[in-house]
Design a binder for this molecule. Structure first.
Ligand SMILES: O=P(O)(O)OC[C@H]1O[C@H](OP(=O)(O)OP(=O)(O)O)[C@H](O)[C@@H]1O
Ligand SMILES: Nc1ncnc2[nH]cnc12
Length: 168
């Protein structure tokens, strides 16, 4: 597996003091890297829909869905989705948030791949898994570009196939 760390920048004290922010924009701007990452996020997995988590998750999840012939389902921050929603709240490395999915986003038994850029504390992904399950679908795996191992987010996703292309 390619080591992508040279294309992920460390930005100290963003968005608040003490946070070392992992900036994936250099990787996204590199066509060869971006396309390889999109391929690798779905490698070996079978699924009907890809869930992307606003906002950075959308950048990776939508091309994964397109490339895989799967549907795309957005999980958005509270108040952005227009139809009936299911909601889940969680704590972040910097703050807290509520995310939502459309209640009718999935067909019964859909196999779902969750895609996001970063797995940090795991709060976002845990909430996303909860929403997919409450909406009647089955999570086959959660794929991340980068895992911040020291925050142990994986521990909140026990029993799930959790993949990360880069772990730091
Ligand atoms: O594992 P966690 O501790 O939950 O953190 C990971 C989440 O944090 C970031 O999103 P953020 O909420 O900053 O939103 P953004 O994508 O809109 O920048 C990142 O894109 C993940 O979704
Ligand atoms: N340190 C970090 N860098 C980038 N995205 C994040 N999401 C949560 N923590 C993050």
């Amino acid at each position: 597996m390619t080591d992508w760390t040279a294309l992920i920048r460390d930005i100290p004290d963003f968005p608040q003091p003490g946070i070392l922010f992992k900036d994936i924009t250099p990787l996204l701007a590199d066509h060869a890297a971006f396309t390889q990452v999109v391929d690798d996020l779905a490698a070996g997995l079978t699924f009907d829909k890809v869930v992307g988590i606003e906002a950075r998750g959308f950048i990776l999840a939508a091309p994964v869905a397109y490339q895989s012939g799967a549907g795309f389902v957005p999980i958005r921050k509270k108040g952005k989705l227009p139809a009936e929603t299911l909601a889940a709240s969680y704590a972040l490395e910097y703050g807290s948030a509520t995310i939502e999915v459309h209640a009718d986003a999935f067909d019964a038994g859909d196999r779902v791949l969750i895609v996001d850029d970063v797995l940090a504390t795991g709060g976002t992904a845990e909430a996303a898994v909860e929403l997919v399950r409450r909406a009647g679908a089955h999570v086959v795996a959660a794929s991340f570009l980068m895992e911040l191992s020291f925050l142990s987010g994986r521990d909140r996703l026990s029993g799930l196939d959790v993949r990360a292309l880069v772990a730091v």
